[in-house]
Design a protein around this ligand. Structure first.
Ligand code: K1U
Ligand code: ZN
Length: 174
């Protein structure tokens, strides 16, 4: 397992629509292992393939926040929302590609998602609570959408400018 580098906004790869996964092979399992290791190390509750520069429709998540509870790692390949509740939920979202920036985003409170597992088998599940928020945030990544795209332009610009400054500082080794 290898920890991968998480891309930081702004990066054109975080704005691109990802391609479907078509090969369910050992390389895909290795990528899933790497993404889970990268997510747990960050730490985060989700991670989408484009965040590590892989432009395919795959995400991992584990929304169990309690350190004493058993982990529930999930790997979703080619996920799609097939049903969404009309009632909404607001959550103060963060993003590993936009560190230390948080903002309230409103999304459907429950979603039914269909995806393929690592063997290519189709799975369906209804998510609620933080799992529902997280899976929608991660599927957005596969479509080149970030949580800041839901914010008013001024707030989005402010966050983007902070991130440009952070990236300049990182590049200068500060
Ligand atoms: O996609 C990502 O960038 C990961 C992101 C997922 C997410 C967070 C909040 C709402 C929706 C989706 C994160 O994991 S940010 C870090 C975070 O939320 C967290 C970190 C440690 C413990 C608990 C949460
Ligand atoms: Zn994110």
């Amino acid at each position: 397992m290898t920890k991968r580098t998480i891309l930081l906004h702004p990066d054109p790869r975080l704005k691109a629509v990802c391609d479907p996964v078509d090969a369910f092979d050992k390389d895909l399992r290795a990528l899933a292992d790497d993404m889970l290791e990268t997510m747990y190390d960050a730490p985060g509750i989700g991670l989408a393939a484009p965040q590590v520069g892989v432009m395919n429709r795959m995400l991992v998540m584990d929304c169990v926040k309690d350190d004493l509870a058993a982990a529930e790692p999930m790997v979703l390949i080619n996920p799609r929302v097939i049903d969404a509740s009309t009632d909404l939920n607001v959550y103060d979202e963060g993003c590993l590609s936009i560190p230390d920036q948080y903002a309230e985003v409103e999304r459907p409170a429950r979603v039914k998602v269909e995806w393929s597992d690592l063997d290519g088998k189709t799975v369906q599940k209804e998510f609620d609570g933080l799992w529902a928020t997280c899976v929608q945030h991660e599927i957005d990544h596969l479509n080149g959408k970030l949580f800041i795209d839901y914010l008013k332009p001024l707030k989005r610009q402010m966050i983007t400018r902070k991130m440009q400054k952070l990236k300049r500082e990182i590049a200068r080794g500060l």
